[in-house]
Design a protein around this ligand. Structure first.
Ligand SMILES: Nc1ncnc2c1ncn2[C@@H]1O[C@H](COP(=O)(O)OP(=O)(O)OP(=O)(O)O)[C@@H](O)[C@H]1O
Ligand SMILES: [Mg+2]
Length: 373
């Protein structure tokens, strides 16, 4: 059913509304609906009427679609599997058929449709055709997918932290202890060799082996601490940040000014991990990209907000280019901050350094908050 909107007698909301008979108002109402494609199919599945919602969702105007078979709206693989035909059979047998799936617009693009097909009979029970109502759910589905992806990412982050903590503990408690036992064995061996005085070169080799084991123990401690700094669990965020800064200063010979007044008792473990990882990634970026001589880190909190500033005086970058494909550091920081309901701002320009400002509502990091899973 297609209405001429220029016909003043048929225009919904015209001054002559009261002149339009009640039975004519339903088609007007259906045609006015924008959010649903509402149309009729004849018993063979050919389009028999079209409303403005159908035009908006599917892209066809009435003249070009009326008389065409409704399988034109289906994906080629669904047509090949005779899905349209099966839906009509189901609607005829059960009165209605419902489906959610991809459909095709006039321009070939896909949309996620929620479809109901209802069989329409006359008073004698003969099949007149089908009423088809289609809703475009693409945005809603994308939103649900995004929410799901973000929940998944929060869950993965917590799982990753747990796994890193477990590996760090195993490295320290198992491999670390074995290395220490090995070192003791070699010390005993070198003492025996020295006491015998029969093999001075063997004794020197045993001493060299001790040196190698010492450096293996140091590497192992560093790797374990990078996976999960023990102070994060034992001494809290401030001490862990202090350790991170010291380690960075020693390794990269860069001057780092660090100040924090964060009270560890006010930070939940998952929030402490997130804040620690943000500073860690920012420092890694300074080492990799900045060519800076100075870094400033300030972590503070007041009654409402926890704030972290990380700033360097290096070569900076064009901010719009900083989130390019294949780089995940800044993306990961943003995700962690988003999970804590905070904001992250980046300010940089070529030769003007790089500044990251993170603000998180204090309520989101309190120990009584549960992890964002
Ligand atoms: N402190 C900095 N100074 C200058 N440029 C920076 C700084 N931090 C980040 N950038 C720029 O932003 C880009 C994105 O950083 P991001 O941490 O997301 O990725 P990445 O470090 O390149 O790779 P990864 O995924 O391993 O972290 C970097 O490639 C770099 O060009
Ligand atoms: Mg990075």
């Amino acid at each position: 059913m297609v209405f001429n909107w220029n016909d003043p007698k048929r225009s919904a909301g015209s001054a002559n509304d009261s002149d339009v008979p009640l039975e004519d108002r339903y088609p007007l109402l259906i045609d006015a609906v924008q959010d649903y494609a509402i149309f009729m199919l004849d018993p063979t599945g050919r389009v028999a009427s079209w409303n403005s919602g159908a035009r908006k969702i599917k892209g066809y105007v009435a003249d070009e679609i009326i008389g065409r078979h409704f399988s034109i709206f289906y994906m080629p693989e669904d047509v090949a599997a005779d899905k349209p035909g099966r839906e009509l059979v189901l609607a005829t047998a059960q009165g209605r058929a419902e489906d959610q799936g991809w459909r095709v617009r006039r321009d070939g693009s896909r949309f996620w449709a929620d479809v109901t097909i209802t069989a329409v009979h006359d008073t004698s029970g003969a099949l007149l055709g089908f009423a088809k109502v289609t809703r475009d759910m693409t945005e809603r589905m994308r939103l649900a997918e995004l929410e799901h992806a973000s929940e998944l990412s929060a869950h993965m982050q917590v799982a990753r932290e747990d796994e890193q903590r477990r590996i760090a503990r195993e490295l320290h408690d198992d491999l670390g202890q074995q290395l220490i036992a090995l070192k003791m064995g070699i010390i005993a061996l070198s003492q025996r060799l020295a006491a015998n005085g029969t093999d001075p070169s063997g004794s020197a080799a045993a001493i060299a082996l001790q040196g190698q084991i010492d450096s293996m123990i140091a590497s192992l401690r560093r790797i374990a601490a990078n996976l999960r700094p023990p102070m994060l669990d034992d001494l809290g965020l401030a001490a862990a940040l202090e350790w991170l800064v010291d380690d960075f200063t020693q390794r990269f010979h860069m001057s780092v000014k660090f100040h924090t007044d964060i009270d560890d008792a006010t930070v939940a473990p998952f929030a402490a991990s997130a804040l620690y990882r943000i500073v860690q990634e920012a420092l890694t970026n300074v080492a990799r990209h900045a060519q800076a001589s100075e870094v400033l880190i300030e972590a503070s909190s007041d009654a409402d907000t926890c704030t972290i500033h990380i700033e360097d005086n290096g070569r900076g970058t064009i901010v719009a280019d900083a989130g390019k494909r294949g780089s995940f550091g800044l993306l990961g920081m943003r995700e962690r901050v988003r999970q804590l309901h905070g904001t992250l701002k980046i300010d940089s320009a070529p030769d003007k350094g790089f500044r990251i400002a993170v603000q998180i509502p204090i309520n989101a990091i309190r120990p009584d908050e549960s992890p964002p899973v």
